[in-house]
Design a binder for this molecule. Structure first.
Ligand SMILES: N[C@@H](CCC(=O)N[C@@H](CSS)C(=O)NCC(=O)O)C(=O)O
Ligand SMILES: [Fe+2]
Length: 267
């Protein structure tokens, strides 16, 4: 339900996000990406796992989707969604995470009308399973699910062509990429996914990863094609780099993977 607040004759109304008085309307919700297309974008962060969660909305219909929510922030995310007057229709994961428990299960109990979404090849439970090329609609906007396996089998990149943006999960990180040494990791598969499905997008597309560990927020296809220190290399060089990353296992992996297999329903 859209909350309406009034003060001095002015009225604030939900995700239409207008301030109105005597026929005068001022738009409140704006976004760095708003090109007059009713597209709302907000990047949220979890400092513990360095995970980005993305809230996307259609300010005309008020329908919204959340990408990669984190369990510990389900209340924060639900409060923001309510404040802005959005109706969450999908909480989607880019893959079955190993470093944190997804917020989708808890969000379902707070906002029961929403559906959880994950790639069919992830092997995880959800309300909606996506395969390569399938599309999620929210209001007038679309996200295309593109299979980008390699970090895990079920990794999906969600692309919004109309805005020139893509959510790459852990497949492509800013000047990096997802590790390939656990779950169903395969360096060759990840390399091919990035080169065939992400680097073939237009150069200007902005890429939003599921994590960043160095304080960066976004990148572009052109930047990563030029500066990614792993993926600009040949396939054999890339495989060798990945073999020698020697990263410690994520602290939460033994709790997170079983919980995420049921989309965080039992946490
Ligand atoms: N230290 C963190 C885990 C960090 C980590 O392994 N990140 C993953 C993405 S989460 S599955 C990764 O792929 N990193 C690639 C890299 O090059 O850093 C923890 O303990 O949770
Ligand atoms: Fe991951």
């Amino acid at each position: 339900m859209l909350e309406k607040l009034t003060f001095g004759g002015w009225r604030i109304a939900g995700a239409y996000c207008t301030l109105s008085k005597a026929g005068v309307q001022i738009r409140l919700v704006s976004s760095a990406m708003d090109k007059g297309s009713n597209f709302f974008f907000r990047q949220l962060f979890d400092t513990v796992s360095s995970t980005y969660t993305y809230l996307l909305g259609d300010t005309g219909s008020c329908e919204a989707v959340l990408i990669d929510p984190v369990l510990e922030h389900a209340e924060r995310d639900a409060a923001l969604i309510r404040e802005l007057g959005f109706k969450l229709i999908y909480a989607m994961n880019t893959h079955m995470h190993a470093d944190h428990i997804t917020g989708t299960g808890k969000l379902k109990s707070i906002l029961p009308e929403m559906k959880s979404v994950i790639g069919k090849a992830s092997g995880a439970q959800a309300d909606v399973y996506l395969r390569d090329g399938e599309v999620i609609n929210f209001g007038a906007h679309k996200l295309e699910a593109t299979a980008t396996p390699g970090h895990t089998n079920g990794c999906l990149t969600y692309i919004c062509h109309e805005q020139g943006i893509a959510f790459t999960g852990d497949t492509l990180l800013i000047r990096g990429c997802g590790r390939t040494d656990f779950q169903e990791g395969s360096s060759e598969t990840l390399y091919n996914s990035v080169h065939q499905r992400i680097f073939t997008l237009p150069d200007h597309y902005t890429l939003y990863p599921a994590h960043d560990y160095r304080g960066q927020t976004a990148t572009t296809v052109a930047e990563e094609k030029k500066y990614n220190p792993r993926l600009t290399k040949s396939l054999p060089e890339f495989v060798n780099i990945m073999k020698n990353l020697n990263l410690p296992y994520p602290k939460m992996i033994d709790k997170a993977v079983p919980a995420n297999r049921v989309c965080g329903l039992h946490y």
